[in-house]
Design a protein around this ligand. Structure first.
Ligand SMILES: Nc1nc2c(c(=O)[nH]1)N[C@H]1C(S)=C(S)[C@@H](COP(=O)(O)O)O[C@H]1N2
Ligand SMILES: [Mo]
Length: 230
C-alpha cells in the first residue's frame, strides 16, 4: 500500500512496462467502493495496443508458458476424489458456452466476449465436494495470484474453467491454457493461468482482496445492493 492506503501493485506493473504512473482518476460515479480503491490506476487502454479491447494484466513480469499437452489442473482439498485434470480430461466433461461483457474495475469493458469450457459446478461434481466444503480457492501457476469464491458462487453456471475464448483456445496472454471466468463479477475474479483448485472450509481472500478489493465483486453492486440502472 502507498501512504494513502491505496493498492500500488498495478502501478508497479505499469512501471515494469516502462509506462510509469499516469495517475488518471477514474470517474467516481462509474462504479462503487471497489472502484475507489483503484482510482489511481491509469487506463492502460490509452497506452497499450488494443487486444480486441482487452488489456493484458499480470501481477508478475512474466509467466512461463504451459502447453495444452503438458498442462494439468489439480483439484483437491475437501473433495471425495482429488484429481489432476489434463486439458483432454476437461474436454471430455460437458462443455458450456457463455457470451458476456468483460469488465475490469479500472473502468475498461469489452462487450460480448464468447467463452467456452467446463462450468465449475460440473467440475466440482466430478470430484465430489465434501459436506464440510464452504468455499473454493484458486491458484495461478504464475506462483502469486490467487482467488476464491464461496461454494454457492462456485456452483453458478456462469462460472467457468475457460479453455476457449472467441472461437480459439485461451491464449497465453489471456491466461491459457485454462483460466477462470467469473462472468457476473469484475475481471479480477477471473484468475489467469489456472493451476490448482482447492475446496476449503472458508473463503480465503485472493491477491487483490488482500489489497483492498471486495471479495464479492458483483458487477454493478455494492455491499450486496444492486445499483444497476433498471
Ligand atoms: N494470474 C492473474 N490473473 C488475473 C490477473 C493477474 O494479474 N494475474 N489480473 C486480473 C484482472 S484485474 C483482470 S481485469 C483480468 C484481465 O484479463 P486479461 O489479462 O485476459 O485481459 O485478469 C484477472 N486475472
Ligand atoms: Mo481488473
Amino acid at each position: 500500500m502507498d501512504e494513502a492506503g491505496r493498492p500500488v501493485g498495478r502501478r508497479v506493473v505499469l512501471g515494469m512496462l516502462g509506462l510509469g504512473a499516469v495517475g488518471v482518476v477514474v470517474g467516481a460515479s462509474v462504479q462503487d467502493g471497489v472502484n475507489r480503491a483503484v482510482a489511481p490506476v491509469a487506463p492502460l487502454g490509452d497506452l497499450l495496443p488494443a487486444a480486441g479491447g482487452f488489456r493484458f494484466y499480470s501481477v508478475v513480469p512474466s509467466v512461463r508458458r504451459r502447453s495444452a499437452a503438458e498442462h494439468r489442473i489439480t483439484v483437491g482439498g475437501l473433495v471425495e476424489r482429488p484429481r489432476a485434470f489434463a486439458m483432454a480430461d476437461l474436454a471430455r466433461l460437458p462443455q458450456t458456452r457463455i457470451t458476456r461483457d468483460f469488465q475490469c474495475v479500472t473502468g475498461w469493458r469489452v462487450p460480448d466476449v464468447a467463452w467456452s469450457g467446463v462450468a465449475l459446478p460440473d467440475l466440482l461434481d466430478a470430484v465430489g465436494a465434501s459436506a464440510r466444503a464452504r468455499a473454493v480457492l484458486f491458484r495461478s501457476f504464475d506462483g502469486v495470484y490467487t482467488e476464491s469464491l464461496t461454494l454457492e458462487q462456485a456452483r453458478r453456471r456462469d462460472v467457468l474453467v475457460a479453455t476457449g475464448m472467441r472461437d480459439g483456445p485461451v491464449s497465453h496472454d489471456h491466461g491459457g491454457p485454462a483460466r477462470l471466468l467469473v462472468a457476473p463479477m469484475y475481471g479480477y475474479k477471473s484468475l489467469k493461468w489456472l493451476g490448482g483448485i482447492e475446496v476449503v472450509d472458508r473463503v480465503v481472500p485472493g491477491y487483490w482482496e488482500e489489497r483492498g478489493y471486495d471479495v464479492d465483486a458483483w458487477v454493478g453492486r455494492s455491499n450486496g445492493r444492486d445499483d444497476r440502472p433498471t
